[in-house]
Ligand binder design. Structure first.
Ligand code: DHB
Ligand code: MG
Length: 219
């Protein structure tokens, strides 16, 4: 098996189980045209976020890291009428693209985009929570800060999803000097140690290579 096999298998899974949504695909086209990196969640992972929202009955979602709004649209579709997604994006140009794509997807009335570094924005949130599901997908160096806010803005039963826990296996490379790897490890160690969480993680291979996702419950 090679990365090409993983990608082909992931494409098959996406074709078979996820299908095509014009608004989601338009969001990716707009994101690419704006020059953002292609680091949005994979289609199967966007569908996983949507299913986690629905399985947990989440109506109020907090997202940290909007990028072009692809995962935001997935979750905004899942919260249903009257649901709400608050999403935080550090880069104003990204937020503008996301705003247009989210509005074009017909879920703009459910989504509030806050612009700024999440570590600065979170202490100023007008919305006091609690949030039912928190998706953390921003600068990995700040994962522990974001997890702390997820616990504080959550309630027992809140679902927390932390993206990018695999990083090509580098999380167990003792020689790694990558601050993203250090932040990823720190986030996982916090999920294991902090009594506010009960967590596990799944490694994934697919269109984004070897990566993964941690899923936690606020207890
Ligand atoms: C990176 C960030 C992501 O959120 C992701 O899904 C993949 C890669 C990164 O910063 O390298
Ligand atoms: Mg990510």
């Amino acid at each position: 098996p090679t990365p090409a096999h993983w990608r082909a298998a992931d494409d098959f899974l996406a074709e078979t189980l996820v299908g095509h949504d014009p608004a989601l695909e338009a969001a990716l086209t707009a994101q690419r045209a704006a020059g953002m990196p292609a680091i949005e969640v994979a289609p199967v992972s966007g569908k996983l976020l949507s299913l986690l929202v629905r399985i947990s009955g989440a109506r109020r979602v907090l997202e940290i890291g909007t990028l072009g709004g692809y995962s935001t649209i997935w979750m905004a579709g899942a919260v249903g009428d009257g649901g709400r997604v608050v999403t935080i994006e550090a880069e104003p140009a990204n937020a503008a693209v996301a705003r247009a794509s989210i509005d074009a997807a017909g879920v703009g009335d459910r989504v509030e985009i806050l612009v700024g570094r999440a570590a600065d924005v979170l202490p100023t949130l007008a919305d006091p929570g609690p949030f039912d599901l928190v998706f953390i997908d921003a600068d990995k160096e700040s994962n522990t800060i974001y997890l702390d806010w997820a616990a504080r803005l959550g309630r027992p039963g809140t679902v927390v999803v932390l993206d990018n826990i695999g990083r090509d296996g580098d999380i167990v490379d003792p020689a790694s000097t990558d601050p993203k790897v250090a932040g990823t490890r720190a986030g996982l160690e916090m999920l294991g140690r902090d009594p506010r969480f009960d967590a596990t993680a799944l490694q994934t291979v697919g269109v984004k290579g070897w990566d993964g996702v941690a899923i936690a419950l606020v207890v």
